[in-house]
Design a binder for this molecule. Structure first.
Ligand SMILES: Cc1cc2nc3c(=O)[nH]c(=O)nc-3n(C[C@H](O)[C@H](O)[C@H](O)COP(=O)(O)OP(=O)(O)OC[C@H]3O[C@@H](n4cnc5c(N)ncnc54)[C@H](O)[C@@H]3O)c2cc1C
Length: 450
């Protein structure tokens, strides 16, 4: 009897997990053995990550268990270290183990996602030491824990200037993630002040620093103007055409040498392909560190090796690389699955044909902006659309039910302003000095607040 074709998928995130599902559906007539290798046994449903961080939803409800999602695939919970191209093996290390393992493949799919883009120290210093990211579940919860800690400290001080510094949050990067974070954070922190005898809503301040001429430049002019106006009305300061060149414990320095006193900096100024790709010998990478792929997702010059999602530079029909979005990765997955099956069966592959369907940005306080298939909407309707669409896109009816319950309960009950124990250890050590800290990227856990 012929051996099954071994397909190994590196990364069980949006791209990898949806690919495994598509292969299961399409590959019924082939004998496939599918293995996903991911450091986590779940993937994060990113569009809901900010809400999970600020307590609008239970953090576990924005995670999807890979085993449940891709039932007929094998999952190895392991850190991918390298790929031995001549030997056609992946080198990885099981989480909790200290020996390397080799996993053989006939076809390899690289879907290892992206990381926050942090510029070299000579361009922007102090980001790694002092800024938070918004990429992992631990980041989202750490920011919430940090905000609560600062509220407690600010409540305990009589020094007005210090109080204001403690409660000044600076977001660097005013595109979709940064604006979503500031919108929710402003809501969360200002609403929390009612619980503190010595704090007023006006003691809290929020600044967005954006290098481009406008925040949300991905949206049409009318929508980014509307968003700016909405956020400014809520007292959020928007600084455009400005960058940050130094991040310190208690202030940032801008490109105009202005010193802005603050105690929390959240870095959302872009993403970069997963740097682990740089360790894979023989893989073609572009200037940004992304995998160079052909239009059919095949990695350039490598037979039976494919790229998918944020880490892969796959040209769309217009010849430009497709943007790093979940909606793109999800729709790339079935196309790649049929190309892999075609390649196994000796048929020709097809070029990728995926484009952005729409952009939805929640601004907090039941407002949002959306551009969807030519329709432009702002205000409550855009926010409601955002919730409805992501509710429908959330995998599994049980998870959808839990989300609906979280949102329904929030209509009548206040959030719990409690820490979940995710504040970085470095910060705890320097508690008295209000030192900031940052969660390091890596293995993360869906936090249980119960
Ligand atoms: C806060 C936030 C909000 C977002 N909101 C939206 C939105 O509203 N709409 C939208 O379309 N997109 C959104 N995105 C973008 C979207 O999340 C990504 O484009 C999408 O996740 C890309 O899928 P992927 O499979 O390439 O990567 P991922 O989903 O990140 O999956 C990569 C997987 O690889 C694993 N991995 C990485 N390195 C290793 C290693 N060395 N060993 C083992 N496993 C590893 C990770 O654990 C992860 O599971 C958002 C992103 C963020 C951060």
């Amino acid at each position: 009897m012929a051996e099954p074709t071994r397909i190994v998928i590196l990364g069980g995130g949006f791209g990898g997990a949806y690919l495994a599902q598509s292969l299961q559906k399409l590959g019924r007539r082939c004998d496939l053995e599918i293995t996903i290798i991911d450091r986590n046994n779940f993937f994060v449903f990113y569009p809901l990550l900010v809400e999970a961080g600020t307590g609008s939803i239970e953090p576990r409800h924005c995670t999807v268990p890979i085993r449940e999602f891709a039932r007929s695939s094998e999952l190895l919970m392991a850190e991918v270290k390298d790929v031995d191209l001549p030997g056609r093996e992946v080198i990885c290390r099981l989480i909790g183990d200290d020996a390397d393992r080799r996993v053989a493949f006939d076809h390899l799919v690289v879907a290892l996602g992206s990381v926050t883009r942090i510029l070299p120290e000579h361009i922007v210093s102090g980001v790694r030491e002092h800024a938070f990211e918004m990429k992992h579940m631990t980041d989202a919860v750490a920011i919430r824990d940090r905000a609560i800690e600062l509220l407690e400290l600010a409540n305990a001080t009589d020094d007005l200037e210090e109080k204001r510094r403690l409660l000044h949050f600076v977001i660097v990067g005013g595109n979709v993630t940064g604006i979503e974070v500031i919108g929710e954070l402003e809501n969360f922190v200002r609403d929390a002040t009612v619980q503190y005898a010595h704090l007023r809503r006006e003691d809290c301040s929020f600044t967005v620093v954006e290098g481009a001429p406008s925040i949300l430049s991905i949206l049409p002019t009318h929508l980014h103007d509307w968003s700016r106006h909405n956020l400014e009305e809520r007292g959020i300061v928007i600084r455009e055409n400005l960058t940050v060149k130094e991040v310190h414990e208690d202030h940032v320095i801008t490109s105009e040498d202005e010193r802005i006193a603050c105690s929390t900096v959240i870095w959302t100024a872009g993403i970069a392909p997963n740097p682990v790709l740089g360790q894979f010998k023989g893989f073609p990478l572009n200037n940004f560190g992304g995998l160079e792929c052909e239009a059919d997702y095949g990695v350039k010059g490598l037979d039976g090796v494919w790229g998918l999602g944020d880490c892969a530079s796959v040209p769309g029909l217009d010849g430009k690389p497709m943007p790093p979005l979940a909606q793109i990765a999800i729709r790339q997955a079935p196309q790649l699955a049929s190309n892999i099956i075609a390649s196994i069966e000796g048929r020709p592959t097809k070029p990728a044909d995926v484009h952005v369907q729409g952009i939805l940005v929640p601004l907090g306080r039941h407002k949002g902006v959306a551009k969807l298939k030519g329709i432009r909407v702002e205000g409550f309707f855009a926010w409601a659309m955002w919730r409805a669409i992501y509710l429908m896109k959330t995998p599994g009816w049980r998870r959808r039910l839990r989300l609906m319950m979280d949102w329904f309960i929030n209509l009548f009950c206040k959030r719990d302003y409690v820490q979940l124990g995710m504040i970085p250890a470095s910060h705890r050590e320097f508690h008295g000095q209000h030192r900031t800290g940052r969660m390091t990227a890596g293995s993360e856990s869906p936090v249980d607040s119960e």
